[in-house]
Design a protein around this ligand. Structure first.
Ligand SMILES: Nc1nc2c(ncn2[C@@H]2O[C@H](COP(=O)(O)OP(=O)(O)OP(=O)(O)O)[C@@H](O)[C@H]2O)c(=O)[nH]1
Length: 310
């Protein structure tokens, strides 16, 4: 029975679908199972009896090395986290490197120095699933913060960014500008050209104006229907006027025909309201938005295609 048991154990050892290696006290390879042969390309006779680090030189001095020492000399088991040690062994499956979880366990051997067992499990599927979940989470996050029609930041994103920039301006004692930008006579545009053309117009204007922003802290958001909001941190009123002027010109440059516009050019135009919080006079966010809104209303009342300040 005992004589049968050893070959049986060896067959089991070779049949398991994970990598199994046994090292003796001198770190020589005593066992190297079939799974390891299959995925490393190294046959039993190429590895048995050889120093482990001659066979796997890339592992010398790393975490696997330290874990082997712990097992052999301190009788201490280790589980190498797959996040920190993505794929220490050079193992491949269908041309792809196998993602691995590695466990190193000390083994007491009667009449001989302690051995250790290295188990390598394939966690590629779990890693792939995790990657997919992370990517999906990123897509969902970006959808939560972007406007479905124009692809620029949505109102929720605007609210979050506004809070952040308002806090930053207060902390750093820098000015903060908010522009409210509204397409002129857009109801007439929709009525004349149809809702689909209206959508295209919104997409075109949003892309052109958002493309004018150069700094990562600047944000252009769709605030509502045909109204956009631009947050410009560290921007004083003079710089804000220059920006607003460039935006007004850019909208006209798009040369989107608008026959029903009362403007002489009969092109799509925008009106802009500016509110700037001075470095030394912090106001509440609602008050800043209210000021920009009132300025926008003023720009509309005084003829549209123009800029007004709060
Ligand atoms: N096509 C399209 N139209 C939209 C969308 N959101 C809002 N609108 C339209 O935008 C128009 C806004 O009209 P008003 O608020 O009356 O303003 P206006 O006609 O632009 O007039 P002024 O702002 O005073 O120049 C409405 O007709 C809305 O239906 C959208 O996503 N797509």
């Amino acid at each position: 029975m005992t004589s049968l048991r050893l070959p049986l154990l060896e067959s089991v050892f070779c049949a398991v679908s994970l990598g199994a290696i046994v090292l003796d006290g001198e770190r020589r390879i005593v066992l190297w199972n079939t799974w390891m042969v299959r995925h490393s390309g190294l046959e039993h006779e190429q590895v048995l009896g050889r120093d482990f680090f001659e066979v796997c030189p890339g592992l010398r001095g790393g975490r696997v090395d330290a874990a082997i020492q712990h097992a052999l000399y301190n009788n201490f088991p280790s589980l190498l986290s797959q996040t920190l040690n993505k794929a220490p062994f050079e193992l491949f499956m269908r041309g792809e490197r196998v993602q691995q979880a590695v466990e190193i366990t000390p083994i007491a051997v009667e009449g001989a120095p302690r051995h250790c067992l290295i188990q390598v499990s394939d966690v590629s599927i779990a890693v792939g699933r995790e990657k997919l979940l992370r990517e999906q989470a990123m897509v969902l996050r970006s959808q939560t913060f972007s406007d479905g029609l124009t692809g620029i930041a949505n109102r929720r994103h605007f609210d979050v960014a506004m809070e952040k920039e308002h806090r930053r301006a207060k902390r750093s004692g820098t000015p903060l500008t908010l522009l409210m930008i509204d397409i002129d006579h857009f109801k007439a545009y929709n009525d004349h050209y149809g809702h689909q053309k209206g959508d295209q117009c919104l997409i075109q204007v949003a892309a052109a104006l958002a493309g004018m922003l150069k700094r990562p802290c600047d944000l252009m958001a769709r605030y509502g229907g045909e109204e956009f909001a631009m947050i410009l941190p560290e921007t004083d009123i003079d710089q804000a006027m220059l920006m607003a002027d460039a935006i007004r010109a850019r909208a006209q440059e798009l040369a989107i025909p608008h026959e029903r516009s009362s403007d002489a050019s009969q092109l799509i135009t925008v009106s802009i309201g500016i509110a700037t919080q001075k470095a030394d006079a912090v106001v509440e966010i609602d008050a800043l938005i209210g000021s920009a809104d009132r300025a926008l209303y003023q720009a509309k009342r005084s003829g549209r295609n123009r800029i007004a300040t709060a």
